[in-house]
Design a protein around this ligand. Structure first.
Ligand SMILES: NC(=O)c1ccc[n+]([C@@H]2O[C@H](COP(=O)([O-])OP(=O)(O)OC[C@H]3O[C@@H](n4cnc5c(N)ncnc54)[C@H](O)[C@@H]3O)[C@@H](O)[C@H]2O)c1
Ligand SMILES: C[C@@H](O)[C@H](N)C(=O)O
Ligand SMILES: [Zn+2]
Ligand SMILES: [Zn+2]
Length: 348
């Protein structure tokens, strides 16, 4: 076992990050040490890299970045039961208290004391990482590390898409960033038809098609609501899934969903949003779900089985695979430019 490792660290309260050599951490009580096999970049990591307003209030450098991972347990701390050296694992990022009102109602995804692994703690953009044992998820060997690392964001997408019936339903997805793309894969694997995707970036519209979208629309050049009505014989879609965080997309989706339809909102808006509640939600009798994190642990079972089923079309979503962390700056800049789906660092 080596003593040192490389890691992408947010060293300073400023734009960027550094590749550093640091000691391999030791797992304390209730923790395990994993050897990272694959780790992927989330939009949250990009916010930390860019040092946006949210990051400035939340992140305390120096800190190792990253939270999406597949790895192998190499050491188990005192008091840990049910996890052994050699286990192939991923990590739920929400560290919940288990004691608050929400937790005691089994609503761990809205724990009032949630800390986020890799945001409020050191993370997994490193050769090794210490992980709280309560957040470890065991993977079957049949899921390759480059897929297993995507389970955390896939969980967001699964909760968004599967918050209500989806098989045989017409669907509008707004936003085909990494999460919207995962949402398309889940909707298609679950039998939705047609899946209509609205996304301004041509690069991402092409990705959406490769993942299986039946129709793609450019909201900056086409009338999304009219196009959706044309495709659905004037009825509107059964299900509207918001993955963009764009207020305009929210309004279009609420207009394009059929009366009595279902809406799942995952995208985070830049601030308060003004909506005609009476006409777009109340008189349409919509069912609207706010989506956050993942249901623990139901969502992980669903994600794992969807991956094992082989029905999720993930390959087109992984647009960039890097061996090691050497090109991390290129990876972050590509992501900033919106020229990516998911980026995975392979450490195997
Ligand atoms: N609720 C949660 O738990 C949770 C978890 C993770 C991410 N999120 C949020 O989910 C959203 C998606 O994440 P991501 O990483 O894919 O983000 P992203 O920014 O990469 O993707 C958003 C996409 O929306 C597109 N878009 C912009 N304006 C649009 C419009 N008017 N109509 C349609 N599409 C439009 C963009 O071109 C982009 O491709 C973000 O808002 C993120 O903050 C929420
Ligand atoms: C940490 C954040 O980026 C993560 N995707 C979540 O579900 O909360
Ligand atoms: Zn994330
Ligand atoms: Zn709690």
């Amino acid at each position: 076992m080596p003593e040192k490792m490389v890691a992408i660290m947010k060293t300073k309260p400023a734009y960027g990050a550094e590749l550093v050599e640091v000691d391999i951490p030791k797992p304390g009580a209730g923790e395990v040490l994993i050897k990272v096999l694959a780790t992927s970049i989330c939009g949250t990591d990009l916010h930390i890299y860019e040092w946006n307003e949210w990051a400035q209030t939340r992140i305390k450098p120096p800190q190792i970045m990253g939270h999406e991972v597949a790895g192998e347990v190499v050491e188990v701390g005192p008091g840990v039961e049910g996890i052994e050296v050699g286990d192939y694992v991923s990590v739920e990022t929400h560290i919940v208290c288990g004691k608050c009102y929400a937790c005691r109602h089994n609503r761990y995804h809205v724990c009032q004391n949630t800390k986020i692994f890799g945001v409020d703690t050191n993370g997994v953009f490193a050769e090794y990482a210490v992980v709280p044992a309560q957040n470890v998820w065991k993977n079957p060997k049949s899921i390759p590390p480059e897929y297993a690392t995507l389970q955390e964001p896939l969980g967001n997408a699964v909760d968004t898409v599967l918050a209500g019936p989806i098989a045989g339903k017409s669907v509008l997805i707004t936003g085909a960033g990494p999460l919207g793309l995962l949402g398309i894969a889940v909707a298609k694997a679950s039998g939705a038809y047609p899946v209509i995707v609205s996304e301004p970036s041509e690069f991402r519209r092409e990705l959406a098609k490769k993942v299986g979208a039946d129709y793609v629309l450019n909201p900056f050049e086409e009338d999304v609501v009219r196009e959706v009505m044309n495709i659905t014989d004037g009825n509107g879609v059964d299900v509207f899934l918001e993955f963009s965080g764009a207020p305009k997309a929210l309004e279009q989706g609420l207009q394009a969903v059929t009366p009595g339809g279902r809406v799942s909102l995952l995208g985070l808006f830049p601030g308060n949003v003004s909506i005609d509640f009476n006409n777009l939600i109340i008189f349409k009798a919509l069912t609207v779900y706010g989506i956050t994190g993942r249901h623990l642990w139901e969502t992980w079972y669903t994600v794992s089985k969807l991956l094992q089923s082989g029905r999720l079309n993930i390959d087109p979503i992984i647009t960039h695979k890097y061996k090691g962390f050497d090109k991390y700056e290129e990876a972050f800049e590509l992501m900033r430019a919106g020229k990516t789906g998911k980026i995975v660092f392979m450490l195997k």
